[in-house]
Design a protein around this ligand. Structure first.
Ligand SMILES: NC(=O)c1ccc[n+]([C@@H]2O[C@H](COP(=O)([O-])OP(=O)(O)OC[C@H]3O[C@@H](n4cnc5c(N)ncnc54)[C@H](OP(=O)(O)O)[C@@H]3O)[C@@H](O)[C@H]2O)c1
Length: 324
């Protein structure tokens, strides 16, 4: 049996669907049933039910977005750092391996290859870098798991949310047997307030940047595939291979969904942070070679996005477009 913590959440629901599709024996557990954030409660249920694997899809992301984590700091630290640390110790005590839904938002920027050298650029919104992403995509390399996270409390600036996610990786990495599954900006065909595509469709203005992003269902499948294949424990970047600019995503939305609205962009970072955001946002490119080599199946990002948009299932909200 697999114990799934946080099954009620956005990522947890996708993991639950993936577990059901594979007909694996699993038990979803909510804090409403048992306060799994308490070490003694969690250790006891692990000893009693003896799962073969624990999945932690619980955490605190802030609503409607990460800006909320700046004010709810205790909750953010509890959900994103102390909870994984507690789970790590409870799993160690019960001798059970586990997987933790981490985030790629512990990085910013990408590695740029030029004249045979590689350099790190933290901010891809600079005009020359933005055009490089479109015109010379092969010169942009993602961070791999061996690269030190650079959007963290140790490497500021960062958001409080990202800081707590990076701290969790650091805190649990040497305790027991654990996967760190790094997810970023989830999307799929299901219209939902947490879906990147839904957000883009509803934002009055979009923030143009460059990112690796994650198809939610493929990421859930990839997490299970890594466990099924007994891939070595450790960190795995789980985004769809490649990267995409916000303008390219909006272009696909317009071409496929044909919404009855135009899309505006914030003029620059200054305007975006003055009008729409409080805390710095992570925008980054990740390398997923390690996950692919270990057996995860993740389609190239443009293909996965087009597929999600072609199968778009709107929730009937007034400002959403008709289905494709
Ligand atoms: N959504 C994203 O954009 C995204 C991207 C990358 C990574 N992640 C990571 O994925 C994990 C799940 O995110 P999500 O988007 O699925 O979040 P979500 O929809 O808010 O669900 C999180 C679930 O965690 C449980 N939980 C346990 N402690 C909590 C706490 N202190 N505050 C709030 N919820 C708590 C809740 O389930 P019960 O109360 O039922 O137990 C809740 O349903 C997080 O660790 C997040 O950092 C999310």
């Amino acid at each position: 049996m697999i114990l799934l913590l946080g099954a009620s959440g956005y990522i947890g629901q996708a993991l639950e669907r993936a577990l059901r599709a594979r007909q694996w024996d699993f038990t979803p557990l909510s804090r409403r049933q048992l306060d799994y954030t308490r070490f003694d409660c969690l250790r006891d249920i692990l000893r009693k039910t003896k799962p073969t694997f624990v999945i932690n899809a619980a955490g605190y992301t802030g609503r409607p977005n990460v800006d909320a984590c700046e004010t709810a700091r205790a909750e953010t630290l509890l959900g994103n750092t102390l909870l994984p640390h507690t789970i790590a110790h409870a799993c160690l005590a019960a001798g059970i391996p586990w997987g933790h839904v981490s985030s790629g938002c512990i990085y910013t920027g990408a590695k740029i290859s030029e004249n045979g050298t590689l350099r790190i650029e933290r901010d891809l919104t600079r005009p020359d870098l933005r055009s490089r992403c479109v015109e010379q995509p092969s010169s942009i390399q993602g961070y791999s798991e061996g690269d030190e996270p650079n959007f963290t409390f140790r490497r500021p600036p960062c958001s409080f949310y990202s800081g707590t996610k990076a701290l969790a990786e650091e805190a649990v990495t040497s305790i027991g047997q654990c996967y760190l599954w790094r997810v970023r900006i989830p999307f799929d065909e299901f219209d939902h307030p947490r879906n990147y595509l839904t957000k883009l469709l509803r934002y009055p203005k979009a923030y143009d940047n460059v990112n690796s992003i994650s198809h939610r269902g493929e990421v859930a499948d990839a997490c299970l595939a890594l466990w099924e294949r007994r891939a070595p424990f450790g960190a795995y970047n789980l985004t769809n291979p490649g990267f995409i600019t916000t303008r390219q995503v909006v272009g696909l939305v317009q071409a496929i969904l044909k919404p009855k609205r135009s899309f505006d962009f914030w003029a620059n970072d200054e305007e975006f942070y003055r009008e729409a955001a409080k805390t710095p946002r992570s925008n980054c490119v990740l390398d997923v070679a390690k996950a692919l080599a270990a057996g995860a199946r993740l389609r190239p990002v443009h293909e996965a996005l087009q597929d999600a948009l072609r199968n778009w299932r709107p929730q009937g909200l007034s400002n959403l477009p008709p289905s494709a």
